[in-house]
Design a protein around this ligand. Structure first.
Ligand SMILES: [Zn+2]
Ligand SMILES: [Zn+2]
Length: 140
């Protein structure tokens, strides 16, 4: 979406405001979400609510990823002060950091993925970090 009229922007702003509420320092999204991020349909396109927040505040759509600052505890927060625009690598590092913070350093069967029990590889094509549980692999 490149062009969006003033009138439409106004409607988006109203719908956006209607779907948010204040919680401590955060502006929480109460509308539709995909299980992790708030979502909003704009001009028939599904947009992340964080991207809409950025657009409404800056007048431009983010070209990279919208990430949450470390002070922000929720992916459903759309507070502009809690967001920043980052690269794909920033996004990956951020996800890793959050995974650690959430204590999700376990494989599906509950083995702790640290030290000798985890094989970490970086896939060059995608820039994604892969963790494989060695305990599970030994049992197979
Ligand atoms: Zn927040
Ligand atoms: Zn395992």
């Amino acid at each position: 979406m490149n062009e969006i009229s003033f009138h439409k922007t106004h409607m988006v702003r109203e719908r956006f405001a209607y779907n948010t509420y204040r919680l401590n320092e955060c502006l929480m999204w109460s509308g539709w979400n995909n299980g992790e991020y708030g979502m909003m349909s704009v001009n028939g396109e599904d947009k992340k609510a964080t991207h809409v927040a950025w657009f409404l505040s800056t007048g431009v759509w983010p070209t990279g990823f919208m990430l949450h600052r470390n002070i922000c505890p929720s992916t459903l927060c759309v507070g502009i002060n809690h967001l920043y625009e980052g690269s794909a690598l920033d996004n990956q590092l951020d996800r890793e950091a959050k995974r650690v913070a959430r204590g999700l350093l376990y494989c599906k069967r509950g083995h702790l993925l640290i030290g000798n029990s985890v094989e970490i590889s970086l896939r060059a094509e995608t820039g994604r970090i892969k963790r494989r549980c060695k305990v599970c692999r030994r049992k197979r």
